[in-house]
Design a protein around this ligand. Structure first.
Ligand SMILES: [Zn+2]
Length: 69
């Protein structure tokens, strides 16, 4: 009875839901850790990078001219 309660409250891998491995906390394996990393990396950097670089190029010349004087 006690063993079951312990298994239920044990932290699980957020990717696949299996019991996590201490070596790959909070995931169950390196594969799941890679999946999670890939997931938020593509979500955070996918769109803004290209758009921001294009916008900054147009702003720089005006700012540079102002600082020179
Ligand atoms: Zn997993």
């Amino acid at each position: 009875m006690n063993e079951i309660d312990r298994t239920l409250s044990a932290p699980r891998c957020p990717i696949c839901g299996k019991a996590r491995d201490e070596a790959f906390r909070p995931f169950c394996s390196k594969r799941c850790a890679d999946i999670d990393l890939n997931r938020w990396l593509s979500g955070v950097y996918a769109i803004p990078v290209k758009d921001d670089a294009d916008d900054e190029d147009g702003l720089r010349p005006a700012d540079n001219d102002n600082a020179e004087r």
